[in-house]
Structures are given as structure tokens and as C-alpha cells.
Design a protein around this ligand. Structure first.
Ligand code: K7E
Ligand code: CUA
Length: 769
């Protein structure tokens, strides 16, 4: 691949040079370029703050919800370069997510009422935390349309688990974590009856319910444990988003809600629509829950009942045990955010130009004194706003979400209607700065902004509309993520990034050096289960097994391997009607040497990263010839990485079926090839000498390359032996074939050796003493 890349790069360069006479690329002074491209000094400054030189890395990695794509989008900050899409609720062919057997099992965990749901409306990603700091281990994200939460392992950026909420019919209010990821908070939005039974809308107030689930997360196992999770039954209000308490509010959770009018629409029946009925009251309710005490009571068997393998805490029990309270909130609120210290809770009302700041100490005081202004229709105590409000600040029209700065008391609130970001001081209650954005911002995000120690530095505005910001691409516009410098007193807009995959509601960013993803799996690894695959196959142990049951149903298991540049086996023979399971183990240890596997007409595609074992199961229901091949351009002879699956008709009688080579070779051909190989070995030896006489062990990249090269050379030895054996027998075709294979391994060794040598030369390696 590298050689080809080089050739391609050179041709591209030639193209550029040929056309560059009138373009900006030929200019060499900054002034000329600015003039040619119409750039101002401010543009250049913004560019300098985001531009990441070739080969450079970003300081932060952002994990954005992929909205309707059901995926997660990973990009760097400040460069805003997209690095990865992670398949979560939706099949993603490149990663073979939803195509290999292993990931199909993960997606199957998200089935609802027996149906495959291959779409997700992802909204809120959240990092796992330790003591309120992002620990870089896991990412959680919800699916609003189908009440599900997924767990993504940040060791390999793969989705490992999906859980379906046992009570809700939607899940807007996930995923928000408690400070040690003890629990993942997940609120319903659309009230519905618990369970699958039909309940008429006339029983809305009595039998429709909202709720808040605390999913138990086991950090060691990296798994959500539904059996240890519990759900608060709540009134049929539209529970919106949540945030967990921290610091002095540790152990508590806050969930805002709207439509506490409990209005049911019916515009077609002449009733006012939802939007009118759900915005009639001046205030809605924030739900305050004591998860720590609830967990203890559930564990002690004092409250809760087991339903669908999980625990439900009926409202009556929550009220009786002081676990659930309500506090009025500004009209039609959206989002709730606890400050890093944990003593203030901030809520904005979409239809109120004010953002309200609550004081946790005052909330505690009211609860202790049992000082309530009344109860809601379900008996939940309501704490009076005047008893707990710290400030109410006019921040702009249509305020939504709030994020925190590294400076104490400083926050940023997204202003939807006014299309701007307001920077303000929630301690003093005064506005500090306002910046227009483009257009209609939803969420916003600061670096590590949900942790107990936000970094400030940058803010990303997740704008709902892009309108005229990018080259037109038809009626469906990309989303616009705008990068804003917040390091100074005044916010400065730096960059517009189009995101064309769905509407990412929220994004979280983590310091890049907190992530330590691997580059290879342990050999023969089932990555989705994170254990050794039962289909692991070693080099030389490839085999095909066919077993039939009493009814005559037959299954063929192919235990295969991949390594540059061949798939083993290269011929698979099965009989029409067989169920075929191809299990491929990637024998590579080298970084970035992924192989793929696709086959004609079977909807099969695998992504087999170094060390991984992946499987594809299908029924070979039609006799015929099915070529298969590697789908990643892994090496110079990648195109030769191929094979045939032959599906014989039932009752097929072999006529000997001897394979005849298209070309016949002689001893002279063989001798010539061996001579080439010996010369190639000379090149390898000189490269090896260069490497080993330098301090290559100080360069981890080179050490890895050397390991890989040694590996390949080991295979070369084996091929060399086979060639010699066939030569002694005078089978020149096989001798020639294995001599060629010996050379192929040499070429791969030389390729890696040269890469290692270049790296040493470019990075100032010195001669070892
Ligand atoms: Cu779009 Cu968080 Cu679902 Cu606000 S939510 S914008
Ligand atoms: Cu392996 Cu292409």
C-alpha cells in the first residue's frame, strides 16, 4: 500500500504543480495568500488557533451524538477534524457493525418487542467519571426514540452493550452520570403506561407515567446491570434532562420537566395543540431525587418492586421515604446543569428570558425543615421557589443549556431564539459578554465542561440551523458546529464545522491524553465480548468442518486467518443449503493492518483489525460460484487477497476436479526467483544492520515495526523451506509458487524495515555504542 501511496502522492503533486501557476499555492508570502483568498487578519488569527499542522494532534477529543444516524462522531478540538464514526444503534458497514456475528449480538440486545431497531435518535453522550473527573474509560449515549442506553468502550471505541428501558416508551433524558458512574440517569419524555398493555388516554392522569431510571454501571466489568438498577415512578410530566449532584449535592439528582399541565393534544379533534396546552402554566417542575438513599433502601429490600428484571420505586414509597421532591422552574424549561462545585443548579426556561439559579444548601434546608408550599396531584411535596432561588438572570430570548468555564462563577448559556451565546456570572447574576452564532444554538459544550474541573479554553456551539453558512448541498443542510475561543474576556468565533450525519444534540470533550486506546487486540479476540473468541485460529491451523444434524441440516465452520496478502482458506467448498460460518482471525500485529472480507451476493462485510476474530454466518442457499476478497487496501498485493466459495448443487458428483495452473514453470524459472530472493535478502540484511546499530529501542514505533518485520520474516522461512522441498521433488510449479510466496514475505519485511529506517533517520536516531 505504501508504495502505491507514494506513486499516487507523486502523481497528485505533479498535477498540482502543473496547475498552480495562477493559484494561491504558488504564492509564498502570507500577504499574497491573504489577498488571493480575501482573508483578513482576524481570519488568519482564527486559523492559527485551529490549524493543526500535518501529522499534528489535537488537545481534546469531542464525542458528538450522531443524532438520527444512531452513531457517535469523534472529532478533534481545536482542529475540528473528524476522526471516527462509532456505530452504536445503527449498522455501520465499514466497521462491519451489524454485519459480523459478534456485533449483531450487540445490536440484538436493543431489540424492542421482538423487532430489530436499526435506527436510533441519539442525544446525549456522557463520559464515565471517577470523583467527578472524566476517566477516559467509557462513553454512554441514549436513544430517544427507543428508550435505550449504549455503552462504548474507549479502549477500542466499540459499542459493547445496549440496554432497553423496561418501563419507558422514550428516553430523552439520558445519559447523565453520577460522579463515580455509579449510575447513569435516564429520564422518559413521553408519558406512557408502564408495560405493553393498551390504556386509553382517558386514564392519562391515573395510568400514564413518566419516570427516571438510575442504571447501575459496573466500571470494572464495563457493563450496565439492569438487575441492580432502579426507576423512580413519576407523574405524567415530560421529564426532560437530568444532571447528577456533586460535591455537597453528591447523592442527589436533578431532572427538569415540562408540560406539567399534563395536557393531551388532539388538534384534529378541534382541541388546541400540544404546544399550546403544554405552555399554559408559568412554571413547570424540577424533580429532585435522592439516589443514594434510594439505592440503600432498595438494597435493603425496604422499597421497590421487581418488574421486568429491574426495580420500580412507586411514587408513594419515594414520597414516604423523602426521596422525591418538586421545585417550580421557569416556563417550559430545557436542560438542567449542576455547577462544578455542586452547590448550584441552573435551569433555563425556553419561554422565559430568564435563567434560574437554585441553591442546593437552601434546598437541603427546606427538605430538612419539611417546609413545602404544597403537593402535586400525586402527593409529591413542592418546595417553594422563594425558599431556594439564588438568582434569576435575564440572559436572552429562549435560553436552553448551560456550560461551565474553568473560572469560578462563569457560565455560558445557549440562547436559541436570539441565536447567541451569553457568557454570564451566576454568583453575581450579571451578563459578561454575548456572541452571535449561526444559527439557533441548541446545546453548547466547553472542554471537560461536565466534570468537576472544566478546562474552559474552547466552546462548541451546536447550532440547529446552518442556512447559508456552507456551499449549498440541497434542501437538507448539514449541522453547524461552531468553535469559539473562550480563553479571553471576549468570546471569539474561530471556525464553522459542517456535520452531515444527523442532528447531534450534544457533545462532550475530553483531554486527549486521558484516552489510551489500543492499536491491536490480543490474538484471536472477540472484541464485542472482550474475551478470547471461541473461533480463534492460529497460523497453520486453518480448517473447515462440516457437521450435519439428524434432520440433515448441515453447518460448515470455516476457521480462517488473514495476513498480508492472503486469506486462508482461498477455496471454500460447501453444498447448497448449508449454513456457512466464516470465522477469520487477523494474524497481524502491525498497527493499522486491518483486513476486510466481502463476498458476492451474501450481504457480508467484515472488518478484522489486528488480533481480532470476526465471524459471518449465512445460508448458502443457491448453488454457484461466489468470489470473496479483502476490502481494505492492506498491501501491494491486496487485490490478490481473494478466494472462491463454491456452492455445489445437492447431489453433485465430482469429476476429479483437479486444479490446473494456467502457467507451467521450469527449473530455470525457479532458479531465477531464488536468485531474486537472495538479492532481496541482501537489502533486508543491510536495513536490519542499520536499525540494529542504532538506538531503535528508544523509538516505540520502530520497535513495533521490527516486531512485525521479524514476524513476516519468520513466515518467509517457512515458505522458503516448502519451495526447497518441492524443488527436490522436481515439482517446479509448486516450488516456483512457494519461492514467490517467500519473496512476498520478504517484500513485506523490507517495506516495514524501510519504514523503520526512515523513521530513525527523520527522528535523529544515533549509532548505538
Ligand atoms: Cu436537543 Cu439535549 Cu435532546 Cu437540548 S436536547 S437542544
Ligand atoms: Cu487484506 Cu487487503
Amino acid at each position: 500500500m505504501k508504495t502505491l501511496q507514494r506513486i499516487i502522492a507523486i502523481s497528485l503533486l505533479a498535477l498540482f504543480c502543473g496547475f498552480s501557476a495562477s493559484s494561491v499555492f504558488a504564492q509564498d508570502s502570507l500577504k499574497d495568500v491573504m489577498k488571493a483568498r480575501g482573508l483578513t487578519e482576524k481570519d488568519i488569527l482564527a486559523a492559527a488557533k485551529t490549524y493543526t499542522p500535518t501529522g499534528g494532534r489535537d488537545e481534546y477529543l469531542a464525542f458528538a451524538s450522531g443524532g438520527q444516524s444512531g452513531q457517535v462522531i469523534v472529532y478533534g478540538v481545536p482542529s475540528m477534524r473528524i476522526l471516527k464514526y462509532i456505530g452504536v444503534f445503527t449498522p455501520e458497514p465499514w466497521q462491519a457493525y451489524g454485519f459480523d456475528d459478534e456485533s449483531k449480538e450487540v445490536l440484538a440486545q436493543g431489540r424492542i418487542m421482538g423487532k430489530d431497531i436499526t435506527f436510533g435518535d441519539t442525544h446525549h453522550p456522557a463520559f464515565s467519571e471517577t470523583d467527578g473527573e472524566y476517566n477516559g474509560k467509557y462513553l454512554f449515549i441514549n436513544d430517544k426514540a427507543n428508550p435505550r442506553i449504549a455503552v462504548i468502550d474507549l479502549h477500542d471505541f466499540e459499542t459493547k452493550q445496549i440496554v432497553v428501558n423496561p418501563f419507558f416508551r422514550s428516553s430523552h433524558g439520558g445519559a447523565f452520570v453520577t460522579p463515580n458512574s455509579e449510575y447513569i440517569m435516564d429520564g422518559a419524555q413521553y408519558a406512557a403506561p408502564y408495560g405493553d398493555d393498551f390504556v386509553p388516554l382517558s386514564k392519562f392522569n391515573e395510568e400514564y407515567r413518566g419516570g427516571l431510571t438510575y442504571w447501575k454501571f459496573n466500571m470494572e466489568k464495563g457493563k450496565i446491570e439492569p438487575e441492580n438498577s432502579f426507576t423512580f415512578e413519576m407523574g405524567p410530566y415530560s421529564q426532560d434532562l437530568s444532571d447528577a449532584g456533586k460535591g455537597i449535592s453528591y447523592g442527589w439528582g436533578f431532572t427538569n420537566s415540562f408540560c406539567t399541565e399534563r395536557y393531551i393534544g388532539g388538534i384534529e379533534r378541534g382541541r388546541p395543540p400540544f404546544e399550546a396546552g403544554c405552555s399554559s402554566k408559568d412554571t413547570d417542575f424540577m424533580h429532585v431525587t435522592n439516589w443514594k438513599k434510594a439505592a440503600e433502601l432498595v438494597a435493603a429490600g425496604k422499597i421497590g418492586k421487581k418488574v421486568n428484571g429491574s426495580t420500580l420505586i412507586p411514587m408513594k414509597e419515594a414520597i414516604a421515604n423523602d426521596l422525591l421532591f418538586l421545585i417550580p422552574e421557569p416556563k417550559s424549561p430545557h436542560g438542567v446543569d449542576v455547577n462544578p462545585k455542586g452547590d448550584k443548579i441552573i435551569v433555563s426556561g425556553k419561554l422565559d428570558s430568564h435563567t434560574w439559579v437554585y441553591d442546593f444548601a437552601k434546598i437541603q434546608k427546606a427538605i430538612k425543615a419539611k417546609k413545602y408550599e404544597g403537593k402535586d396531584p400525586y402527593g409529591v411535596p413542592i418546595i417553594a421557589i422563594k425558599d431556594v432561588l439564588h438568582k434569576s438572570v435575564a440572559v436572552g430570548l429562549g435560553p436552553l443549556h448551560t456550560q461551565f468555564d474553568s473560572k469560578e462563577c462563569v457560565v455560558y448559556t445557549s440562547i436559541y431564539v436570539d441565536s447567541m451565546i451569553t457568557k454570564w456570572d451566576y454568583c453575581e447574576g450579571k451578563v459578561l459578554d454575548q456572541l452571535p452564532i449561526h444559527y439557533n444554538v441548541g446545546h453548547l459544550m466547553t472542554m471537560e465542561g461536565d466534570s468537576v474541573s472544566p478546562d474552559g479554553k474552547y466552546l462548541v456551539a451546536l447550532n440547529k440551523l446552518a442556512i447559508d453558512r456552507f456551499n449549498p448541498v440541497g434542501p437538507l443542510h448539514p449541522q453547524n458546529h461552531q468553535l469559539i475561543d473562550i480563553s479571553g474576556d471576549k468570546m471569539q468565533l474561530l471556525y464553522d464545522m459542517p456535520l452531515p450525519l444527523g442532528e447531534p444534540h450534544y457533545v462532550v470533550a475530553i483531554k486527549a491524553d486521558k484516552l489510551k486506546p489500543g492499536v491491536r487486540y490480543k490474538s484471536g479476540w472477540n472484541s464485542r465480548k472482550d474475551e478470547k473468541s471461541v473461533w480463534k485460529t492460529r497460523a497453520g491451523r486453518e480448517k473447515t468442518e462440516r457437521t450435519c444434524d439428524a434432520a440433515g441440516k448441515c453447518t460448515v465452520h470455516v476457521y480462517g486467518t488473514t495476513i498480508r496478502s492472503h486469506l486462508t482458506p482461498e477455496i471454500i467448498e460447501v453444498t447448497e443449503g448449508d449454513t456457512v460460518s466464516v470465522h477469520l482471525t487477523n494474524l497481524e500485529r502491525a498497527q493499522d493492518e486491518t483486513h476486510g472480507f466481502a463476498m458476492y451476493g451474501q450481504n457480508i462485510q467484515l472488518s478484522i483489525e489486528p488480533g481480532k476474530t470476526a465471524s459471518a454466518t449465512f445460508v448458502a442457499d443457491k448453488a454457484g460460484v461466489y468470489p470473496y476478497y479483502c476490502t481494505e487496501f492492506c498491501s501491494a498485493l491486496h487485490l490478490e487477497m481473494q478466494g472462491y466459495m463454491l456452492v455445489r448443487p445437492k447431489g453433485y458428483k465430482s469429476e476429479g476436479d483437479v486444479i490446473v495452473d494456467g502457467t507451467t514453470y521450469t527449473k530455470a524459472d525457479y532458479d531465477k526467483q531464488v536468485k531474486t530472493n537472495i538479492e532481496t535478502q541482501g537489502v533486508i540484511d543491510s536495513v536490519v544492520k542499520f536499525i540494529t546499530t542504532h538506538n531503535y529501542k528508544d523509538f516505540p514505533i520502530v520497535v513495533a515495526l521490527v516486531e512485525d518485520a521479524t514476524d513476516q520474516l519468520g513466515f518467509a522461512e517457512d515458505a522458503k523451506k516448502k519451495a526447497a522441498d518441492y524443488a527436490t521433488k522436481g515439482d517446479w510449479n509448486k516450488a516456483m509458487g512457494w519461492a514467490n510466496q517467500w519473496w512476498q514475505y520478504q517484500v513485506k519485511t523490507a517495506d516495514m524495515g524501510l519504514r523503520a529506517k526512515t523513521h530513525l533517520e527523520e527522528n535523529g536516531a544515533v549509532k548505538a555504542k
